[in-house]
Design a binder for this molecule. Sequence first.
Ligand code: ZN
Length: 409
Amino acid sequence: MAETLIKVDLKQSPYDNDKIHNRWHPDIPMVAMVKPGDDFIIECVDWTGGQINNNDSADDVRDVDLTKVHFLSGPVGVEGAEPGDLLQVEILDIGAFDDSQWGFNGFFSKQNGGGFLTEHFPEAQKSIWDFNGMFTKSRHVPGVEFAGLIHPGLIGCLPSKEMLDMWNTREKALVDTDPDRVPALATLPYADTAHMGQMKGDAAKAAAAEGARTVPPREHGGNCDIKDLSRGSTVYFPVYVEGGGLSVGDLHFSQGDGEITFCGAIEMAGWIHMRVNVIKDGMAKYGVKNPIFKPSPITPKYDDYLIFEGISVDEQGKQHYLDVHIAYRQACLNAIEYLTKFGYSKAQAYAILGVAPVQGHISGVVDIPNACATLWLPTDIFDFDVKINPDGPKKGVDGSVDVPLSPDL
Ligand code: ZN
């Protein structure tokens, strides 16, 4: 059995665990050292550090403190890893804790976090998803059940000081273009709620003032939220500091492409079993700037999809130029509208797109002025016929009754 290098206690504040941190900084000390070829287990709290509870109220999502996220376990150093190398990380397995077989999905309020469809869903909402082996379903979103494509939403190596300075400079410049915007254009360093792992005293204070927030994906990987980075996949991370400094968190039981609900996928606490190796000078050898990964040999098998198209014309009918973000939003809104015809509330439909193994594709980016994005909704996740029929939509479970709506969604 592989050694568990980092343990977490879900009843304890993550600030009391010095093998957890919530900012990126090159000086955060390694909490453990391993050798190339070693495999080990790391335990993780959920990305909010226990701020969201298994109940039927979304008040905790509404009131979440987003300056605290994401709580990451690590960094783990790998002997011999040097800047310019690639750190090969095989994800051998991931699971939820025996006494925590559930996860959450939600939408932040527009005033505190926002999200992809925040103009359409400005209030905080939440659904709880229970795990049954590899399958999940929700008391808040009836009529769907699917296998989890379980993955870490956030994984990456520590940045160098030069890279950290570059991140902070370019993100500050973006925020300065519209400093009063709600939600903000980017999340800049914020010392008050920083957890710098095993750094102590004045050094920790100075690092907290410049430590990069964990929200965006960056050159090192980070919060990429790639649903296919599942059990059996292998990632190659650029190394920027001695030892690499691998940290991981934000485990997801399942997620749709885009993580459009932002809070987030099906978020969970749990453990991840990994094996590491070092490819010397791999960044130059393979021309790597951002991580590369190989998917798992095991992938979900869905033969049938409903595929919704969207183009870069917004909800007000305004024409945009090849804007994939707007095109994908239209594809999602079209799918939501469709699902309401089967008895779902719009919020339930939005939740399904955020958590189920839906695929998002950039289908065309050259046919001016419209980009075309598509959202692929697997029909087999529903326990009723969700397809188009000449007789019109057969509402609800077994085609007999309306899908019951939960009070919160
Ligand atoms: Zn997440």
